[in-house]
Design a protein. Structure first.
Length: 368
């Protein structure tokens, strides 16, 4: 595979000229114009008449009439409530095949998503949609990076939220304005600020969100992971229902036993194992190719890693491989002829930069 193949630039995407709410012939607002510009900048393929209203305009108008303080909240709602769905681009299945080589231990979840997208393609104007997924596995196997790269391959925006620090459900569903630090929730913020209805929402460490029994964190997740209830996801700050049914959800966890059964039953669970030797080498080579293609200086390096380096890197967790390669490239760039071939010694130099042990008194007080 070429470096270009390993890093899709989405140049094959065709962006429609406009997005509009059905029956709306008014001149688009500044907020709407900015949203259209963002769609074009991201090269997101979409259909102007395929999407949804993220909130009910009639209910909003009723709230405005009955509650004066609600007018302060409309600053978040400039422009139309309409959001188009990102469509499936022609090359998406080729990109998924590329991801299978780059993330060999994620083949199962990739095949599941591919199957759902092919079913969607049986109809007219197919959109990017799949059921909520849980990636279950130890830290360091590449779960977060995989989800980020998946969003790129699908041609949709990526939003992440760590649930390890979430102490209450209002982080997702908003805090009532009866509190001094009231604010909108994560979901409504993404919908209001985003340019499409079906981005990829990534919840990291979902198993740690229920560690403190004093706070309720389950209900928002139950609502989001069911299509019907996601259509009426209430944000407590706005006291208004938002349609989050178009969102695509991915979550990660280390221990499934810590996740409430009601939440777990709404997720397709995939066990992500530590890559075996062959998978690790494939991951190493794909990361190296990706690094070279992402940097202007990459063209000055030989695209092949010798067996010794491949073996060394394949024994590291995926999250550490990238940094090791970048450091080695920096070491190799010092006065070497082009094309630069990475050597084992380029990786050994990293150890020379570690701090030396302290002397005397300082030796026993490393914190100083």
């Amino acid at each position: 595979m070429t470096s270009k193949e390993l890093n899709p630039d989405f140049s094959d995407l065709l962006v429609e000229d406009s997005v509009h709410e059905a029956g709306n012939t008014n001149k688009p607002s500044e907020n709407e114009t900015n949203r259209l510009s963002e769609l074009k900048r991201l090269k997101i393929k979409f259909y102007s008449n395929v999407g949804l209203n993220i909130y009910d305009q009639d209910k909003l108008n009723t709230a405005l009439k009955s509650e004066k303080r609600f007018s302060q909240k409309t600053k978040y709602m400039e422009g139309t409530a309409w959001r188009s769905h990102a469509a499936i681009k022609q090359s998406v299945f080729s990109y998924l095949e590329i991801l299978k080589s780059r993330f060999a231990n994620f083949t199962g979840v990739l095949e599941a998503i591919e199957g759902e997208l092919r079913l969607e393609c049986l109809g007219d104007k197919p959109i990017v949609t799949f059921t909520p997924k849980l990636l279950l596995g130890p830290p360091g196997v590449g779960k977060t990076r995989f989800c980020s790269e998946l969003a790129k391959a699908l041609g949709i925006p990526f939003y992440s939220k760590s649930l390890a620090t979430m102490t209450a459900g209002f982080v997702l569903s908003g805090m009532s304005d009866c509190w001094s630090d009231a604010r909108p929730g994560f979901i409504s913020t993404v919908l209001l600020n985003g340019c499409i209805a079906n981005p990829l929402i990534f919840f990291d460490e979902i198993d740690k969100s229920h560690a403190d029994s004093r706070f309720e964190t389950t209900m928002p997740l139950l609502a989001l992971f069911e299509h019907h209830s996601a259509e009426q996801f209430e944000d407590e700050y706005f006291e208004l229902e938002f349609n989050a049914s178009g969102m695509n959800f991915m979550a990660t966890a280390k221990d499934a036993s810590l996740i409430p059964e009601a939440v777990l039953s709404r997720l397709d669970v995939f066990n992500i194992e530590i890559p075996d030797a062959a998978q690790s080498r494939s991951i190493v080579n794909s990361i190296y190719s990706e690094i070279l293609s992402q940097h202007r200086w990459g063209k000055y390096f030989n695209g092949h890693l010798n067996e010794e380096i491949q073996l060394y890197l394949s024994e590291l967790p995926p999250r550490n491989i990238r940094q090791k390669i970048l450091s080695a490239c920096a070491n190799a760039a010092r006065g070497r002829d082009k094309p630069i071939q990475l050597r084992s010694s380029d990786f050994e130099k990293e150890n020379k930069h570690k701090p030396k042990p302290g002397i005397g008194f300082l030796a026993n007080h490393s914190g100083y």
